[in-house]
Design a protein around this ligand. Structure first.
Ligand SMILES: Nc1nc2c(c(=O)[nH]1)N[C@H]1C(S)=C(S)[C@@H](COP(=O)(O)OP(=O)(O)OC[C@H]3O[C@@H](n4cnc5c(N)ncnc54)[C@H](O)[C@@H]3O)O[C@H]1N2
Ligand code: MOO
Length: 420
C-alpha cells in the first residue's frame, strides 16, 4: 500500500507546465502570461479631451464670470477620431468631444456646462448643441479655465516601453482589455490543458435516458468534467464507455489526439468484469496501486500513446471516491500544467462539531461544511463513497490521519477547502 503523499509525489513528478503558445486575446482568458508584455506606444496615444466642451487658450478666460463672460470665436468642431484639426489662436475656441485630439494652440478644455454652448444667450448650457456641422460661431465662457484642465495627456496612463504585464500574470477581463488597448491581437500564454474525461461501466446510462434494472445514471463524467473546467482546463466529456476491451481501446485511441491528460473513472478495483484494468495495464501502460486512504483506495496512473506519452489517471468508480481523487491528485496535475504557483487546495485547521471515526491505517477524507466565522467544521453524510447527495452539500474535506481511529467532538482537524 502507498501513502497519499507518495502517490501525489509520483503523479506530480510526471507533470510539467505545458509549452507556451500564441493565442488570440479571448482564447487566452484565464491563462497565465508566458512573456513580459511591453507597451509599444504611449497611452493615451495623444493629448485628448476628457469632456465634451471647447478647447481654448487659458489667457482668454482669466477674467470670465457669469456676468461678464469671455466671448470667443468658434473656429472648428472636433469629433473623436478627427484627423484634421483647426488651430486655436487668441480669442478662439474649437468645439471638442470627449476623446477627441486637443488641437494645436489650445491649452485647456472648458466643459460645455462652463459655457453658453455657443447659443449666444450667455446662459450655462447643459449639453452640446445638436448640430454637428454648424456649431454656434460665438461662444461665451462663464468662468476661468486652468492650464491643462480636462486634457488627458499623452502617455499619462502607460508610457511606451513600460512593462504593463509580467510573465505569470493571469489574464482576466481587465488584463485582456489592456492588451487590446496597446494593440496586441495575440499573446503568448501557457494554454489550458485539454483533459479528456472518460467514465467506464456497462451499467451506465446517460442522464435523460431511462435507466432500467441494475443500471444507473453516469454522474462521474459530469462531476469530473466540471471539476476539470473549474481547475482551469478545457475538458471533453466521454460518458459511459462499456466494460469491453475492444471498445475501450478504440475510444482511448480516438481521444488521444486531443488530450494533454486523460482521466477515467471506474474499473480499477478487483471485480471480475474490470476488463478496464487489463486494457489500461496492457495497452495504456498504467500501474495500479492501493493507497492508504478512504475513500479512493484503488488508483491507477501512467502514460499512454507511445512517444508523446499522455498522462492518464484512472480513478475509482464510486462517485465520492472519484471526486476526492480528482481533488487530491488530478487537480494538482492540471494546475501544474497551467504553470500555476498554487497547485493544491488550501488546508485550514478547524474544530469538529461532531465525533469522527476512521479506519486504522487509512487517511480518511470526510465530507464537511466549514464555517469560517468561528472555524468550526461539521461532517455531512456518512463515510459511504456512494453518497452523492451529501457530497453536493459539502464544501470541504475533513482529514483524519492514518494513525487515528476516533476523534471526540471539539478536536482540531485539518480541513481541505473545496470552494474556488
Ligand atoms: N473485493 C473488493 N471490492 C472492492 C474493493 C476492494 O478492495 N475489494 N474496493 C472498493 C473500493 S474502495 C472502490 S472505490 C471500488 C472501486 O471500483 P471500480 O473503480 O472498479 O469501479 P466500478 O466497480 O466500476 O464502480 C464502483 C461503483 O461506482 C459506480 N460508478 C462507476 N462509474 C460511475 C459513474 N460514471 N457514475 C456514477 N456511478 C458510477 C458503480 O456503479 C459502482 O457502484 O471498488 C470497491 N470494491
Ligand atoms: O476507496 Mo473506495 O474509493 O473507499 O470507495
Amino acid at each position: 500500500m502507498w501513502s497519499v503523499d507518495e502517490h501525489l509525489a509520483d503523479v506530480l513528478f510526471a507533470a510539467a507546465p505545458l509549452p507556451p503558445i500564441e493565442l488570440r486575446l479571448l482564447e487566452a482568458q484565464g491563462c497565465r502570461l508566458a512573456e513580459d508584455v511591453r507597451a509599444g506606444a504611449d497611452l493615451p496615444p495623444f493629448d485628448n479631451s476628457s469632456m465634451d466642451g471647447y478647447a481654448l487658450r487659458t489667457a482668454d478666460t482669466v477674467r470670465a464670470t457669469e456676468q461678464y463672460p469671455s466671448v470667443l470665436a468658434v473656429v472648428g468642431d472636433i469629433a473623436a477620431g478627427a484627423d484634421e484639426l483647426p488651430k486655436v489662436g487668441p480669442g478662439q475656441a474649437a468645439r471638442i468631444m470627449t476623446g477627441a485630439p486637443v488641437p494645436p494652440g489650445a491649452e485647456a478644455v472648458a466643459p460645455v456646462e462652463w459655457t453658453d454652448g455657443g447659443t449666444g444667450t450667455g446662459q450655462a448650457a447643459d449639453a452640446m448643441g445638436g448640430d454637428q456641422d454648424a456649431p454656434g460661431d460665438e461662444l461665451r465662457v462663464l468662468r476661468p479655465v486652468a492650464e491643462g484642465a480636462f486634457i488627458r495627456r499623452r502617455g499619462s496612463d502607460v508610457t511606451a516601453g513600460d512593462t504593463v504585464l509580467e510573465a505569470g500574470a493571469v489574464l482576466g477581463p481587465t488584463q485582456l482589455g489592456l492588451l487590446a488597448a496597446i494593440g496586441r491581437a495575440t499573446v503568448r500564454v501557457r494554454p489550458r490543458p485539454r483533459v479528456v474525461v472518460l467514465s467506464t461501466g456497462s451499467e451506465l446510462v446517460q442522464p435523460g435516458e431511462e435507466t432500467g434494472p441494475g443500471r444507473i445514471h453516469d454522474s462521474n463524467s459530469f462531476t469530473l468534467t466540471a471539476a476539470a473546467i473549474a481547475a482551469g482546463a478545457v475538458a471533453y466529456r466521454v460518458g459511459g464507455v462499456p466494460d469491453d476491451a475492444a471498445t475501450l481501446r478504440a475510444v482511448l485511441e480516438d481521444q488521444l489526439g486531443r488530450a494533454d491528460l486523460i482521466v477515467t473513472s471506474g474499473g480499477v478495483s478487483v471485480g471480475a468484469y474490470d476488463v478496464v484494468k487489463e486494457v489500461f495495464a496492457d495497452y495504456a501502460g498504467v500501474d495500479f496501486r492501493r493507497l492508504r486512504m478512504q475513500p479512493g483506495k484503488p488508483q491507477g496512473y501512467g502514460r499512454i500513446g507511445g512517444e508523446r506519452g499522455v498522462p492518464l489517471l484512472a480513478l475509482p468508480g464510486n462517485p465520492v471516491s472519484a471526486y476526492i481523487s480528482f481533488e487530491l491528485f488530478v487537480r494538482p496535475v492540471i494546475r501544474t500544467m497551467l504553470g500555476a504557483p498554487d497547485v493544491h487546495r488550501p488546508v485550514v485547521r478547524a474544530v469538529t462539531t461532531a465525533a469522527l471515526r476512521s479506519p486504522a491505517g487509512r487517511r480518511q477524507f470526510l465530507r464537511g461544511r466549514y464555517r469560517p466565522a468561528d472555524g468550526a467544521v461539521s461532517p455531512v453524510g456518512g463515510e459511504g463513497s456512494h453518497l452523492v447527495g451529501a457530497l453536493a452539500q459539502a464544501d470541504c474535506l475533513i482529514t483524519v490521519p492514518e494513525d487515528t481511529t476516533a476523534l471526540p467532538a471539539g478536536s482540531t482537524v485539518d480541513v481541505v477547502l473545496l470552494t474556488d
